[in-house]
Design a protein around this ligand. Sequence first.
Ligand code: ATP
Ligand code: MG
Length: 607
Amino acid sequence: MTHEFAHPDEADGVHPIRHQVVFDFGTSHSGFARATRDFPDSLTDKLSAGAGSSSSPLKKLNIDYYIKYKTSWPGGQEPYAKTRTALLYDLQGRLVAWGNEAHHKYLMMHRGKQKNHIYIDRFKLFLDDSRKHEDPAMNQLKTLGKDIDDVIADFLGPLASQVGEYCQFLDTEDWNPYEVRWCLTVPAMWSDAAKAKMRQAMQKAGLIRSAKTTTRLEFCSEPLAGLLFETFSAQSRSVIKADDPVVVVDMGGGTVDLTVMCGSGSGFKELVQGLGASCGSTMLDSAFLKMFRDVIGSKDYDNVIKKSPQLENKLRNQWERRKKAFTGAESEFRVAIQVPSAMYNVCQHDDGVVPGTGGAELEDGELYLSRDTMVMLYEPIVDQIHGLVLSMLNACQSKGINVAHILCVGGFSQSKYLVGELRHRLMEKDAAKIVVSLNGGAAVLLGAPIYACRPELLLKQVARVSYGAQVSVPYRPERHGLRESLGDRLFQAPDGLRVKGVFSPVIRKGQALTPGIVATKKYRAESFTDTIIRASWFVSKLESPIFTDTSDCKCIGVLEVQVTPSQDYANRDTVEVTISMSPSGLMFHAKSLSTNKPVDCRIEFHD
Ligand SMILES: Nc1ncnc2c1ncn2[C@@H]1O[C@H](COP(=O)(O)OP(=O)(O)OP(=O)(O)O)[C@@H](O)[C@H]1O
Ligand SMILES: [Mg+2]
């Protein structure tokens, strides 16, 4: 749980802003990018030069000149913009290694040493509340007092040290993280609680002064970052015109996130509500491991892994290479996964084809995967992604939006089989609109600094859920229904019959929101002696829910606003709360109407 306090932190101002740095914290890989000091101005010049005709391609930028990022990471075998999102601890919870090195060290470790270490990766999945993620390593870390934000902080700390070294190398100046304006990329489908956890992790890593009040941390949605890179980078081959409606499909390791955006005057506006699901490439890894476990026999597999947990990482590693090599084009596709001997010895199958695996064959200590095996593993994920794209195209069609491009970014977009299947399944006219980023996994990292330097480029976003507070209001039969149906929701107050547990909407699902203040609400103290008003905040999948205790609603946290006690009920204080929305999430500010002064106002987001 965490708090979002209302007043910006004046202490931030003690440190001048000398760097603009983006972290792309990903499920499988993470990296950083730093914008040069002249980037914001150059961006403004380019944007104003390109703001002419709506039907001409937008002016491109030489991103490599303005955005610096690291491609050679400790423990990395080949140059890549990101390092592995992985950590290696000892049994006291002390960090032994991070990134590629954590993975490499763990894989190379002698079996006897493994049990004295805890290796964890894919921990971003713990912040995705649309699915439950389990990992025995996290359970072990919990017993050492570490929560998910501590683990993320343990990763962001060394990542930031790399930024420091990089900046010192480029600028030969001292480095202070408080002199950085940070931007973190986040899946567009993430909840406010997940973003709050990331703030907490940034503070725990010593990169911002306060998770609650800092003005030095922004979030950029991952699909928007991908779109900005493809629109403005000279490295991209996408030809996006200023007013082209684009469906961006960010296919990453964990999530697949879809957003529809269109250029409009000085920036971009979102056209329909975004969609997303946890069907990224690591779900394919899980499908493979599940099949492999079934081949060995789940009990025996678990026994071996319990003794040598590192073997699962070795299997993942082999699979990763096989997965990337699969294009679907070779009908004779046959690749081997070496079965660890401890598993081969107990395997319930003899050599030959293993039933239920699409023709995978065990042979001399190896499991050979066929084309049909790969297709079988891909199938549910392709179904899900295809379903998301279709839903998005239908939503656009019903709004009369003529989609110009379906832009695929993210590492998983580099799967030729996946993109080929999407092309094959979509109608010809839609298939022809698919454009795949050449930069795949790096597009989000390199596009985010564009947003970080010019957040005003985002003109409108569409609310994915309705937000509202739980309030009590005077009873209105036409809205709340018959008295008999209300049970104990109905109660007698000094000023008449009231209904409690009512959803008072502040943002409606589907509403187009301009970043900044989206609503102003007045709340009155229930009793004149009150010093605090508490209102539970809810999200709902419906546009206009009536009550908060129905299954479509979920409590996201409790807003607490300070009120001034008064002498009697009639003069009890009223506070005016302004609610702002941006990719960073919901923000609240409040003032008392009896004193006309700002008052303390915070929300505690639930897990
Ligand atoms: N050719 C390929 N075929 C299948 N998967 C691929 C291919 N190339 C990369 N990937 C997968 O893409 C993922 C990495 O993509 P990316 O870097 O965009 O993800 P991420 O940023 O770590 O995840 P997320 O953004 O979802 O948190 C890895 O799971 C990797 O295995
Ligand atoms: Mg990503």
